[in-house]
Structure formats: C-alpha cells, structure tokens
Write a protein that binds this ligand. Sequence first.
Ligand SMILES: Cc1ncc(COP(=O)(O)O)c(C=O)c1O
Length: 301
Amino acid sequence: MLITTGSQQALDLLAKVLVDPGSRILVENPTYLGALQAFSLFEPAVVPIECDAAGIVPEALTEAVIRGARFAYTMPNFQNPTGRRLPLARRQQLVSTMRAANVVVVEDDPYGELAYTGEPLPTLLSMNPDGVVYLGSFSKIVAPGLRVGYAIAPEPLMKKLVQTKQASDLHTSGFAQRMIYEALRTGFLDVHVKHIREVYAAQRDAMLASLTSYCASRMTWNVPEGGMFLWARVPDSVDASRLLEATLAPANGPRVAFVPGFPFYASVADTHTLRLSFVTVPPPRIEEGVAQVATVLAKLL
Ligand SMILES: Cc1ncc(COP(=O)(O)O)c(C=O)c1O
C-alpha cells in the first residue's frame, strides 16, 4: 500500500507510469472528470466503454476494444458522476475479461463506505489482486482538505509508483497522516461513517422525494444506493449548461448550483444530463433547491 496525497495523486502517478502519448486507456462513459484531467496530460487515446444504468456493459468489452489497453479505469461503487453501483455478475465478468487480456484494472473507490441501501459487494481487488490497482481515500469520509488517500497495487507496479511519488512530493504530509491514524485508532472513523451514512441517506431520500414532487413531468433521474450524487436528465430542448446559468441567476428565489453532465464524457456528450449532489445541504434546503430548479426549468421549456 502506498499512501498518496488524495487519490487524485494516485491517478496522476498511474498515468505517469503507464501512459505514453497515444496509449489506449479504457474509461466508463461518463466517468470522473478529474481522472480525465489527470490522464489527459499524458496524451492517451481515451476509449469510452459502453455503459448502461448499471455501469459497464460486459458484452462491450470485446477484444477489439480492450486489446493493448494500458489500463481500464472504473468506479464500481456509487460512481462519480452517476451514483450507480456495478452489480456482482458484471464485476466478475469485468475482472475475468481483463485478466484474460492482461489489462490492469484501476478500481477507484472513494465512495464505497457511503452505502445506504443494498448489500455490500466484493471489491475488484479481492477478485484479482495481481491485476487490480485499488484506490482509497479519506476525502469523502473524513475531510478532503487533509489530502490522504492510498493505492494498493501489484508489486512490480508498486515499485514504479513509489519512485514516481518520491519524484513528485517525497511523501504525503505526516501531520495529515497522523490525524487519519488517530481517527482510525480511537474508533472515531467508525462512529463518524455511521453518522454520515444516516445523514446522507436522509438527504438522498429528501432529494428523491422533492424530485418526485416538483420535477416528475420534466426530468428523469436514477436512485443511487450510496455515494453523493444522483444523475438526472432534462428534456432534449434544454441544455443542462443553459439551465445552470439560469439557476445561478434566477429572477426570484434561491440560487442553485449543480454540475452539468457534459464534462464527464470522454467522447460525444449527452448535454442534457446533470449531476445533483445531496450531501452538502439539509433536507429543507434540498427541497427549496429542487423546487427552484423545477421553476427555472419550466420557464426555459
Ligand atoms: C471518483 C473520484 N476519484 C478520486 C477523487 C479524488 O479524491 P481525493 O480527494 O482523494 O484526491 C474524487 C473526488 O471527487 C472522485 O470523485
């Protein structure tokens, strides 16, 4: 295990070690914007894998798609931006296909602890420790500002990651690591995670209820089993970026921010998608915000 300065650093280190200009890397579609940013500096050919509401479609992992890829980057738990969780059978298929093709899987899992409903599912790492790099982070369960994450990687790759990390920042702040250590040692983290799971689950439910009350005729959305986001879609006649401009400067009522979906796509974007976060504000403000989005959307339509 290598302690990293957030899992964002692990994404950067992996790209430094594994990507040359033109290297093919496989990503979900849509995928985490920050990963695309980290990888793109090393000029890969980013190949989006076909996904549906449950995540990567195993049948899309044909030999033509995966052959020669440097790695496949995936978030099986409560993906950023969609909030979806990859079902067990698909995890198994993904791991066995990649193992057979000798392609490393990068499993990015900062949201795994934030599960609200459904059964816990095994990590991809547990299914093939020799072929999976697992990225963890304390950002979503303690504090993003501490910048403490970790990577678990097969030995040969780990040696390269360690060298590359030393060249980047020598080591992750010892002070921040000690704070995380104390949070673990004293049992604080267990209590805290249990608490935020309850709070976030209630906020997720509040957002789902508000969407049903205010947006049912104009938007579609998914029901995430965990994480921080849900993924929604507005009608084809409205661009989500235009909606954002309008909700940030409404004629009346609160200003509302969300993230339009387009930057999360590695290729052609669905510009009518949006990512809504339910973790930042309490239920009454969630309801106020969703009602405002509904009002602004109705005007645009
Ligand atoms: C999927 C995913 N990976 C990595 C990160 C980076 O997190 P960290 O703060 O650990 O660098 C984020 C942050 O939003 C994320 O959503």
